[in-house]
Ligand binder design. Structure first.
Ligand code: PMV
Length: 349
């Protein structure tokens, strides 16, 4: 019948920034003050799954996140819906019928679920908005460059539109048309690389990234220095380290950039604390481990929360997991656990 809903389901993985994005130059369009670079996780690991149904019988657009209905009038959600519908209209005006796509006037019902804690500093918004934009594009028969739309949902989401090693080029234009994600290397490029997530707390972060960035831009002179004089050079060095699969260079840049990001948080007034004492213990452990072996075998990075993301190479995973289990036994530290996240393989530790 004409009222049969059109249904599409897609998944999008989380990405972990190794050169961090922190600070916007335009709040509405979500344009950053520096370029950033991330690694997109394997599809089977931390991910969002989104189903979009469209039907002429739906009265309104509606959204459910992890089973709970949320406010569809959220401005960033509205930006994504508006931009996808705009592209669909343009495509049809250009004479492309979009054969198996939904009617332009049809309302959508969106259901999105994460297989990991939401807003615990595990980049849930990145996977969430990337998945939303990708799924809506499929429903409305839109193709091509979509990272600029995902960016308007959540800045870091633009990087989850691609697999492997991805840069978000900050761009120069005021309209944001050149502020896009671009793949640096595909997911097959560095098969030995592994990512481990040490969950120190699954609670919601006290200061969200949006308000945290605002306060940092307004008050931190370290952030200004970072964006203007540090991040550009690090992007060049990081792309080179990734291209050459130079783990020591990759790891050192990753740790220094995470540390500088958290230093800008401390330099923000009032200061923002994302790292906990467990996070600090993990940092100390990683440096001791590396100096014990006399080579850089591990790197840590932390986003807007206390959970550690560890990068290492495949051959070091079993031993490091043992070390973590020795120093952070699950029963003593409030149920922390370790999760092995191969970038490109399936051999979980
Ligand atoms: O895109 P947002 O607003 O979730 O900000 C992400 C900020 C960090 O995760 C801390 C850094 C990054 O580049 O992902």
């Amino acid at each position: 019948s004409m009222d049969k809903p059109h249904i599409v389901t897609c998944t999008a993985p989380v990405n972990i920034a190794v050169i961090k994005y922190w600070g916007k130059r335009n709040e509405e369009l979500i344009l950053p003050i520096n370029s950033s670079l991330s690694v997109t996780l394997h599809q089977d690991q931390l991910k969002t799954t989104t189903t979009v149904a469209s039907s002429r019988s739906f009265q309104e657009d509606q959204i459910w996140l992890n089973g709970k209905e949320e406010d569809i009038t959220h401005p960033r959600l509205q930006s994504c819906l508006r931009e996808i519908r705009r592209l669909a209209r343009k495509r049809r005006n250009d004479g492309d019928s979009g054969l198996d796509s939904t009617g332009l006037s049809h309302k959508v019902h969106i259901c999105s679920v994460n297989n990991f804690p939401t807003a615990a500093g595990l980049a849930s918004s990145a996977a969430g908005f990337a998945c939303l934009v990708y799924t809506l594009a499929r429903v409305f028969g839109v193709e091509g460059e979509l990272s600029g739309i995902a960016r308007q949902g959540s800045g870091s989401a633009c990087r989850s539109m691609y697999g492997g090693f991805v840069q978000w080029i900050m761009g120069q234009k005021d309209d944001g048309k050149d502020s896009l994600a671009q793949q640096v290397e595909p997911e097959t490029h560095w098969p030995e690389l592994r990512i481990l997530v040490l969950v120190a707390s699954a609670e919601r972060k006290p200061v969200g990234s949006t308000s945290g960035m605002q306060t940092s831009v307004q008050t931190s002179c370290l952030l200004k220095h970072r964006a203007e004089s540090v991040a550009p050079g690090r992007m060049v060095e990081m792309i080179e380290a990734v291209r050459r699969k130079n783990f020591a260079a990759f790891a050192e840049l990753t740790m220094k950039d995470s540390n500088q990001f958290h230093a800008t948080c401390l330099d923000t007034y009032p200061p923002i604390f994302y790292l906990s004492s467990v996070s600090q213990q993990v940092i100390t452990l990683v440096h001791r481990y590396n100096s014990y072996y006399g080579e850089t075998r591990l790197a840590y990075t932390f986003d807007a929360g206390p959970n550690a993301v560890i990068f290492t190479l495949q051959q070091h995973v079993p031993e490091f997991v043992q070390v973590v289990q020795h120093f952070f036994p699950p029963e003593t530290n409030g149920g922390q656990f370790i999760k092995g996240l191969p970038v490109n393989c399936t051999d979980l530790p």
